[in-house]
Design a protein around this ligand. Structure first.
Ligand code: HEC
Ligand code: HEC
Length: 282
């Protein structure tokens, strides 16, 4: 198709050419005028560092255009293209909401296998950029889902408390993950005992608990499963844990994991990704 076979195109091009010619002409006129113009008129009498102001009335055309614009805007907002009228974005939002409702309903009772498959999709899109396609945490930059913890991670939390990470400290008492118990205090164990506890936790709490673990059990439960949701589960990525992490985000070596409470993921997708993440544990 040749460009001149379309009337609208031709009109738009003529318009564009007219605007360019007009701009060059008007700009030229004013630049020339600036070189020769002498100021005339009455001063207001006020002066700021030698700069005065003329007491000129507003040009009639300018004033009319100003008032006209306001009137036009009122007309446009109320009647020309009312604020509440149809919009494509509005339609898209409505349709997405309606679809999400159907989606939530359809999968409300999805079985574990379905959730796992759905979760894998969510994971690859939203989590893999930081946690790695296989969930290995990209060499310790984000959480490695192959296990719950590495021993040095647990040791770090025992020594410096749950808010500690790198050289920074949150210390707002609320804890990073927003559990009812808030922040975990530093120094719950020390020396060899701390190391033994860390290895026991990293090993998935198998075998006989070291004596010092009693201090942890008070909050995390004897089985380490989080005492009914008051503290994080130290054994598995259960729904409660992942829900807390997705709601609050978490700071790590590569920076902060963002909160996912912004509507990107529906509740069922969050449930699905939690199911999937826990299947990666070996
Ligand atoms: C921008 C990078 C980033 C993205 C995207 C991201 N994470 Fe994270 N995630 C992190 C970091 C960093 C940590 C903290 C690691 C640490 O504690 O050292 C983390 C930790 C976690 C933990 C462990 C929390 C804990 O306390 O044990 C879970 C579970 C988790 N992420 C799940 C997810 C899920 C599910 C998604 C996708 C919906 C996701 N993450 C997306 C960076 C990210
Ligand atoms: C006073 C209650 C309390 C005690 C005692 C306690 N914790 Fe915690 N722990 C918590 C809370 C609450 C969190 C979550 C903190 C947050 O949200 O930042 C946590 C977090 C953790 C984490 C990080 C979990 C995660 O998902 O990032 C580890 C590991 C941990 N605790 C291990 C231990 C060990 C080991 C002991 C015993 C030496 C212990 N805790 C004692 C309350 C406690």
């Amino acid at each position: 198709m040749k460009w001149f076979s379309d009337n609208v195109n031709v009109l738009a091009l003529i318009g564009a050419a007219a605007i360019i010619i007009l701009t060059v002409f008007v700009a030229g006129k004013y630049i020339r005028q600036m070189k020769t113009d002498k100021s005339t008129g009455e001063l207001t009498g006020e002066e700021w560092d030698g700069v005065g102001e003329y007491n000129n009335p507003i040009p009639t055309g300018w004033g009319m255009a100003f008032v006209g614009t306001i009137i036009w805007w009122i007309w446009y907002a109320l009647s020309g293209y009312p604020l509440w009228s149809f919009s494509q974005i509005g339609q898209w939002n409505e349709e997405t909401q309606a679809y999400n409702k159907v989606f939530q309903k359809k999968w409300a009772n999805a079985d574990a296998e379905t959730l796992k498959n759905m979760g894998e999709g969510v994971f690859i899109n939203n989590c893999a950029p930081c946690h790695g396609i296989t969930g290995d945490g990209l060499n310790g930059k984000a959480q490695n889902f192959m296990h719950r913890f590495a021993a040095n991670q647990v040791l770090d939390v025992i020594k410096r408390g749950s808010a500690a990470l790198g050289d920074t400290k949150l210390n707002d008492g609320k804890g990073q993950l927003g559990y009812a118990l808030g922040e975990m205090p530093a120094g719950m164990a020390s020396g060899d005992m701390a190391k033994k506890i860390a290895e026991y936790v990293a090993g998935g709490l198998k075998g006989k608990a070291p004596a010092g673990f009693a201090a942890c059990a008070g909050c995390h439960g004897q089985d380490g499963k989080g005492n009914g949701g008051t503290a994080p589960n130290l054994v598995a990525y259960d729904q409660t844990l992942v829900k807390h992490v997705l709601a609050h985000g978490k700071r790590g070596i590569i920076g902060r994991m963002p909160s996912f409470n912004n509507g990107i993921l529906s509740d069922i997708q969050k449930k699905a990704v939690a199911t999937y993440v826990d299947t990666l544990r070996q």
